[in-house]
Ligand binder design. Structure first.
Ligand code: ATP
Ligand code: MG
Length: 184
């Protein structure tokens, strides 16, 4: 199984200084006082995987992810997050034992994604994670309220979750794309 080895962040929310948070295999617990940045770590993971909704990562507009300064420190001009994934299992279909996913956003709105230092599009990142059990919409981050959502979901919504877990989403998406091509 692919696993998260490290998160590098610079200019993302409260991480004004470049941080490199390393994870060992197994369970990691992050502890700290209120407001110290624990949730900003999961926000960083969602964001680098392509989160498009500022609200989902507790902001109003996307620019809110950029460090906006403190009394003693100037705001920054960009936010940078990189995930370092152990891909020795080759779960992600890339010929690399380590996969880096990077997202950068500048205050002027310019945005960049990279897969292993190669400039990429969000679509490519989504495809890389499709059916891997990772990715922005997979259930690797369970936030408060999401357990309730599953319990309250309608049958077709719940079916979607099971299909994602079973790894058939990729084929459904391809079927839809080829049907669309036939129509065009
Ligand atoms: P709790 O225990 O209350 O859940 P937490 O450890 O999860 O706290 P976070 O919510 O991750 O804390 O961090 C919130 C902190 O991040 C706040 O102090 C907030 O000011 C800071 N923060 C959020 N966005 C930015 C930003 N763009 N620039 C600077 N600081 C930011
Ligand atoms: Mg929190």
């Amino acid at each position: 199984m692919v696993y998260l080895k490290a998160i590098e962040a610079h200019g993302f929310k409260s991480f004004a200084d470049k941080v490199n948070i390393k994870f060992d295999a197994g369970v990691t617990a992050v502890v700290g006082p209120n407001g110290s940045g624990k949730s900003n770590i999961t926000d960083a993971i969602r964001w680098v995987l392509g989160e498009q909704s500022a609200r989902s990562i507790r902001g109003v507009k996307m620019e809110d992810v950029i460090f906006n300064g403190t009394s003693g420190r100037k705001p920054m001009n960009f936010a940078f997050v990189r995930l370092v994934l152990d891909n020795r299992s080759k779960t992600l279909q890339l010929d690399a034992e380590e996969v880096h996913i990077t997202r950068k956003l500048y205050r002027n709105g310019d945005s960049e994604y990279y897969i292993n230092n190669e400039k990429s599009r969000l679509k490519e990142i989504n495809e890389l994670f499709l059916d891997s059990g990772l990715g922005r919409n997979a259930y690797n981050i369970i936030s408060q309220g999401e357990v309730d959502e599953v319990l309250k979901a309608k049958p077709d919504q719940r079916r979607g979750l099971i299909e994602e877990a079973a790894g058939v989403m990729k084929y459904k998406l391809r079927k839809k794309e080829s049907e669309k091509r036939l129509e065009d």
